[in-house]
Write a protein that binds this ligand. Structure first.
Ligand SMILES: [Fe+2]
Ligand SMILES: [Fe+2]
Length: 181
């Protein structure tokens, strides 16, 4: 299997894990604005999954049943844990994860370009940009929190560290219709 197919399959399944996780995250916060923003992020993850599914089938490939199962379990477990671990931890680790997701799409764009998938490059670039807005959203949430300096040291993500080199943009993802499960 090529690195491109592996990454498409991984990202396809991981997007559903993220969407499941944000369902629990949105349900666990009290603030109405935060709930709304987390739902918006969830819808954007569903939209990403749809794009990745399209790319996979255009290449004559299918999602991996193993990854689908594994990431569904991970997503549901995170979703549940959001109700148990307070406000800071889900916000921090969501931001850390999104930081890596943005980089994953930067890599995907390069692999897709090498395969001559020129018609999908703009879509992949846009997904990277949206993941960056997610990272920024969570970074703004935890900025100034007393625990952030410690977590930044321990887990290598925060105000001074990111897993990608992308420019920061304000969070303004449009609300999209929920698709798929
Ligand atoms: Fe995503
Ligand atoms: Fe995201």
């Amino acid at each position: 299997m090529t690195p491109l197919i592996s990454l498409l399959r991984l990202a396809y399944s991981a997007e559903r894990a993220a969407a499941f996780a944000y369902q629990g995250h949105a349900a666990s916060v009290r603030d109405a604005g935060e709930k709304r923003d987390l739902r918006r992020i969830e819808y954007e993850e569903w939209a990403h999954r749809e794009h990745l599914g399209r790319m996979l089938s255009a290449l004559g490939e299918r999602p991996s049943p193993f990854l689908e199962f594994k990431f569904a379990c991970i997503g549901k477990a995170i979703s549940l844990s959001c109700h148990l671990i307070g406000w800071f931890l889900p916000m921090y680790f969501a931001g850390r994860l999104e930081s890596g997701n943005a980089e994953e799409y930067v890599v995907l764009e390069r692999l897709a370009a090498e395969q001559g998938m020129s018609e999908e490059l703009e879509c992949i670039r846009e997904m990277a940009r949206v993941e960056k807005t997610h990272e920024d959203f969570f970074l703004e949430k935890v900025r100034g929190h007393w625990a952030l300096p410690l977590f930044e040291k321990l887990f290598a993500w925060g105000t001074a560290r990111s897993f990608n080199q992308m420019e920061r943009e304000p969070f303004h993802g449009p609300v999209r219709e929920k698709k798929g499960v």
